[in-house]
Design a protein around this ligand. Structure first.
Ligand SMILES: *Cc1c(COP(=O)(O)O)cnc(C)c1O
Length: 412
């Protein structure tokens, strides 16, 4: 079925429409799961192949110097910095988001060592809460204690007993977007340091870490940054903390002089001290190359299209009587949303599987949520319209009742 003229004209006027050519998406697939795993870019595919062949294959160990492998964590960090409103020298790409959370938590707790409470949100992504719980087990509850509250109690829980406020800017389930500027300010008024998790916001919307005076942040390389499965994550630390911050995973790569092989640990310069072991070069190369798709992309334009795509989808759902059992869990106000929409439905799992089988890739989050991700660099308005038509067909024709859509894999 042909899309309405209005949808076609949105695409015609889309300033980002040419970006899609930089992605290697399977033909006929409408990929609305870039918030879980960003797709392959031509740049990443080619660069990794070349690095494997020429650098690993031929230059071998010389590559650390000759091909600047040793500088990749900071160089990739600087590229990410431009996407999150940070001056250079404050971001490093390394390890996973979970491990990086541990490192910045330790840093922040040490700087604010008169206090021991880490305030977070009950429905934060589990790994964020787990990392605080692990820290608490390790250091003892008198040194680190998680206090997780519902969102509406966050502000009143911010008091002088809190050492660190640790939040995810965009909620992984609902897509709800926090006001980074005002929460950071409120925290600072009480002497609380802030850690923002940007897993669902870096590469998806405009972020102004420096301007908001954020203390620390972490984020994910394999979601909106398209760095590939298990891509290195990143850490941001504001320059004003560089002298005092330290983290306990004091591996040799974070040492001031790794190749002096000294007996005692001395923390490396600024962000380098967040390194622990040898960087994952192939993954860093893939991430570095994938970030090229953001060249010359105006993040305000990207955000505007993300809003446009999600509003189109929302209106298709709102105006389809057969989709009346889909309950929107994400905020209706675009200013309070990230780049996804979450709907609950009693048959969410089977419907998500039927959508995937019909090449509309979404994901399911227990117990009954379907998430639709809106990634403006490779989705068109026509894609979103087609996805909504497929959803209507699956529901109207009850295709999701087929038994094959009810079997669960290990990963959902
Ligand atoms: C995806 C995600 C992570 C991922 O953590 P890893 O350690 O990289 O697996 C962490 N936090 C949030 C909020 C996420 O959405």
């Amino acid at each position: 079925m042909a899309a309405p003229e209005s949808v076609v004209s949105f695409d015609r006027l889309d300033p980002l429409k040419l970006k899609r050519d930089e992605f290697l998406l399977p033909r006929d697939t409408i990929y609305m799961d870039g918030n879980s795993l960003g797709p392959l870019t031509k740049q990443a595919k080619n660069r990794v192949a070349r690095v494997v062949q020429e650098q690993w294959g031929n230059d071998l160990i010389h590559s650390w110097n000759k091909n600047y492998w040793i500088d990749l964590p900071l160089n990739v960090g600087d590229t990410i910095a431009a996407l999150i409103g940070a001056e250079k020298g404050q971001v490093i790409a390394c390890d996973s988001t979970s491990v990086n959370l541990f490192k910045v938590l330790a840093s922040a707790l040490k700087i604010n060592s008169q206090r021991h409470i880490v305030l977070s949100q009950r429905d934060n992504f589990p790994t964020d809460l787990y990392m605080v719980q692990g820290m608490s087990e390790f250091l003892g509850h008198e040194a680190c204690q998680l206090k997780s509250v519902s969102e509406d109690l966050l502000l009143e829980s911010l008091d002088e007993s809190v050492a660190v406020l640790m939040l995810t800017q965009v909620n992984f389930r609902s897509g709800r977007l926090h006001d980074m500027q005002s929460l950071t300010k409120r925290a600072h008024e009480k002497g609380v340091l802030v850690i923002w998790d940007l897993a669902h916001s870096a590469g998806a919307l405009e972020i102004h870490l420096d301007q908001c005076e954020v203390d620390f942040a972490v984020g994910c390389g394999y979601k909106y940054l398209n760095g590939g499965p298990g891509a290195p994550a990143f850490i941001y630390a504001a320059k004003r903390h560089h002298r005092d911050m330290s983290q306990p995973l004091s591996g040799w790569m974070g040492h001031a002089r790794p190749f002096e092989f000294e007996h005692d640990y001395r923390a490396g310069e600024a962000m380098l001290r967040f390194l622990a072991g040898t960087p994952n070069i192939l993954s860093l190369v893939a991430l570095d190359a994938a970030l090229e798709v953001f060249n010359l992309v105006d993040m305000a334009e990207l955000r505007a299209k993300s809003v446009g795509l999600s509003e189109l989808f929302m209106s298709c759902v709102d105006t389809s009587p057969s989709l009346k059992d889909f309950a929107l869990l994400s905020p209706r106000n675009k200013l309070e949303r990230g780049s996804q929409l979450a709907y609950s439905h009693p048959h969410a799992f089977a419907i998500s599987q039927a959508l995937i089988a019909h090449k509309v890739v979404v994901d399911f989050r227990a117990p009954n949520i379907i998430r639709f991700g809106f990634t403006p660099l490779y989705l068109s308005y026509q894609d979103i319209w087609s996805a909504s038509q497929m959803l209507i067909k699956i529901v109207e024709e009850q295709l999701y009742l087929e038994p094959k859509y009810h079997a669960r894999g290990k990963v959902t």
